[in-house]
Design a protein around this ligand. Sequence first.
Ligand SMILES: Cc1ncc(C[n+]2csc(CCOP(=O)(O)OP(=O)(O)O)c2C)c(N)n1
Ligand SMILES: [Mg+2]
Length: 281
Amino acid sequence: MNKNIMKITKAEALSKNANRIRQDLITAIYYAKSGHPGGSLSCSDILAVLYFNEMNINPLKPDDKSRDRFVLSKGHSAPALYATLAERGYFSKDDLITLRNIDSVFQGHPDMNKVPGIDMTTGSLGQGLSVANGMAIASKMDKMGYRVYCLIGDGELEEGQIWEAAMTSSKFNLDNLCVIVDCNELQLIGKTEEVKGLNAENIEQKFKSFGFNTKVIDGHNIEEIMQAFENATLTKGKPTAIIAKTVKGKGISFMENNPAWHGKSLNDEEYKKAIEELNNV
Ligand SMILES: Cc1ncc(C[n+]2csc(CCOP(=O)(O)OP(=O)(O)O)c2C)c(N)n1
Ligand SMILES: [Mg+2]
């Protein structure tokens, strides 16, 4: 069979996974009456490629010692991770609508002790890369060979601990570590450019100067995401940082690029419109 045809089919399938992830996370946030839709929608394509194409994982063995690890450093995007794990078969999709209920395992931020498939408890911004470093070092010390992926928000990069950790990643030549920056150009209070002068290009320069292999990509182009991960795996002797240019609120017109949708739920009318739009992709 023609290799290109096979590749297009795979990208299309991953795109459908991402669309279902978007629908499920929006439904969960709608029922919860609170949550973070903007940054969850911006990282859905990245998560679909990670969990359906890139990572060596098995939903039937969520604690397998040799599995690849994922750290959602931007823990407020938990709805996207829960929806991805459900789509991948870690647990039933029916349970997603218990998001943020007091007795639910699906809290507003991920808890590794409660949810199968969650490798690290997160939510306090800035800490994920430090943990991912530890995992990547452990993989090398134990000769396990697993890879570690860490998704960081662009606003989150303003946390100083990220850059302390970045020094460690390259000092220890962690070529089994791949950082992905969800570069949607918005943080809670507005544009990252206006808050701390951050944009995709100077974020790339910063990681490069810290000793990372870097690549700026379109974070909604499935083929580009797949290729960037392939390039990261082939890169030896240094960690990789993929700066994924994304759109906050991607897929729902009235949420796209609108900071107001960083952390709020939808009313009945908005929910209906959102699902309609996602259904029409
Ligand atoms: C240490 C810490 N400070 C503040 C917050 C509150 N907070 C949650 S999300 C967010 C903005 C994050 O922006 P960004 O990293 O760009 O995330 P995204 O745009 O992907 O939602 C803030 C300030 C937090 N979770 N942790
Ligand atoms: Mg952001």
